[in-house]
Design a protein around this ligand. Structure first.
Ligand SMILES: Cc1ncc(COP(=O)(O)O)c(C=O)c1O
Length: 359
C-alpha cells in the first residue's frame, strides 16, 4: 500500500463526515472519470475516456452487453490463457446465442499468434485477449490482433490487468476498441477499482444493456421512460460508484505516473532477467518467455510443491503467489531490491531441500 493511501482514506472519512451528501456535488459525482483520467495517462487514453468500475468482471459484462448475440455475427474469439472471469462471461453468452471460439495454447505459456489471427473471421463480433497473460507473463501482439479483428469487421477488447503500470502501452497505438483492467496488481491501487476504456468514436453506437441511472443523460430528472444514454463516458457507468475504493486507488496511479512506466519497465526487465538467471543456476523450471519483448513483469517458477512453498514464503513475509498449472509468480516492482530477488530464490531452494514442505 502506498504511504499516501492512508491519508487519502482519512480524507474520504473526513469528507463524508463533514460534507455528507454535499460531497457528491463537490467531487464524488465526477470521481469515476477524474480517477479514470489518471489511468488514462498510463494507458494512452485521452481525458474523459476511462471510467472507473468495481472490477474487470463488471467492465467486461458491460462490454458484452453492448451487442446482440443471436445474429449471424455471433462469434467471440479468445484464447485458453485468458483470465477465467472473461471466459466464464463468454460461456454465459452462449445461452444468448454466442459462439465461443477458444484458441488453445500448446505449451500452457504462450498463445500462437497465427492461430489467433486465423480464428478471427467474418462471423466474429468480438475478440478478447490479455495484453500480458496472467499465468506466464507472455506479451501478446495486440496491435496485430486488433488489425485482423478490424479487417474482419470485429471489435477487440484488451485486458490490461497484467500490463498497465509495468509494460509501456498505448491503447490508441494498439488500436483496441475496449480495454479493461484493475488495480490490485502493478497499479498499487487496491481492490474495488477496475476500469474501462472505450474508443471515443464508438460511444454513440454503444448502448450497454448492463446499465443504470448514472448512465442516463439526465440522471436527476429520474425519468421513468426508456433509457437515454449520456453522450459522454458516463454512458458506460451504472449505479452509485464505489467512492472509498477510488480514494484508495488514486495514490497508486499518481505514483506510477510520477515514476513513468518506461523507467519501471527498464528496471523490471533487468530484474526479471536476474531472477531467471538465478532460477537457472538453482535448476528451477521457468514458465515465462525468455525474450525481453515477450515477457511482462512476472517470472513464474515451476517447482515441486509450489503451492505449499508459497504458503511458507508468505508466512516468512516473502510476498509471492501461486497459480495452478504455472507455478510460483514472482513480481518485482519499482520498489523491489536486487537483494530481495536473491532472498526469494534462496528461500525456495532451502524449502525444497528441507522436508518442511514434504518435497
Ligand atoms: C488478466 C486479469 N483479468 C482480470 C483479473 C481480475 O478480475 P476482477 O477485476 O473481475 O477481479 C485479473 C486478476 O488477477 C487478471 O489477472
Amino acid at each position: 500500500m502506498p504511504g499516501r493511501t492512508r491519508d487519502r482514506l482519512a480524507e474520504y472519512a473526513d469528507t463524508w463526515s463533514s460534507r455528507s451528501i454535499r460531497a457528491w456535488e463537490e467531487g464524488w459525482w465526477e470521481m469515476p472519470i477524474a480517477v479514470g483520467n489518471l489511468i488514462g495517462r498510463i494507458i494512452g487514453a485521452g481525458a474523459g475516456e476511462v471510467v472507473m468500475l468495481p472490477n474487470v468482471s463488471i467492465a467486461q459484462s458491460i462490454v458484452n452487453s453492448c451487442f446482440e448475440w443471436n445474429s449471424k455475427r455471433n462469434r467471440i474469439v479468445t484464447d485458453a490463457l485468458n483470465f477465467p472471469t472473461n471466459l466464464y462471461l463468454f460461456h454465459a453468452l452462449e445461452r444468448l446465442g454466442a459462439e465461443v471460439c477458444i484458441v488453445p495454447s500448446e505449451d500452457g505459456m504462450t498463445v500462437p499468434l497465427d492461430r489467433m489471427l486465423a480464428a478471427i473471421d467474418e462471423r466474429t463480433r468480438l475478440v478478447s485477449a490479455s495484453h500480458v497473460i496472467f499465468k506466464s507473463a507472455f506479451v501478446q501482439d495486440m496491435a496485430t490482433i486488433a488489425k485482423r479483428a478490424h479487417e474482419m469487421g470485429a471489435l477487440i477488447v484488451a485486458d490490461l490487468y497484467q500490463s498497465a503500470g509495468a509494460v509501456p502501452l498505448n491503447v490508441r497505438e494498439m488500436d483496441v476498441d475496449f480495454a479493461t483492467g484493475g488495480s490490485v496488481k502493478w497499479l498499487c491501487g487496491g481492490p474495488g477499482a477496475g476500469y474501462l476504456y472505450v474508443r471515443r468514436d464508438l460511444w454513440p453506437r454503444l448502448e450497454p444493456k448492463m446499465t443504470g441511472w448514472i448512465a442516463h443523460q439526465r440522471p436527476f430528472a429520474f425519468e421513468a421512460e426508456e433509457m437515454d444514454y449520456a453522450a459522454d463516458a458516463f454512458r458506460f457507468l451504472n449505479g452509485t460508484p464505489s467512492i472509498p475504493a477510488l480514494y484508495a486507488a488514486r495514490s497508486g496511479y499518481e505514483i506510477i505516473n510520477e515514476i513513468g512506466v518506461e523507467r519501471i519497465r527498464e528496471k523490471s526487465l533487468r530484474q526479471t532477467q536476474r531472477l531467471m538467471d538465478l532460477a537457472d543456476e538453482a535448476g528451477f523450471k521457468v514458465n515465462t518467455p525468455r525474450k525481453a519483448e515477450e515477457r511482462g513483469g512476472t517470472v513464474t517458477l515451476d517447482v515441486p510443491n509450489g503451492h505449499e512453498i508459497v504458503k511458507e514464503l508468505l508466512r516468512r513475509d516473502i510476498l509471492v503467489d501461486f497459480r495452478p498449472g504455472a507455478g510460483i509468480r514472482v513480481a518485482p516492482h519499482f520498489y523491489t531490491s536486487d537483494e530481495e530477488l536473491d532472498v526469494v530464490i534462496r528461500e525456495i531452494q532451502g524449502l525444497l531441500a528441507s522436508s518442511r514442505v514434504g518435497a
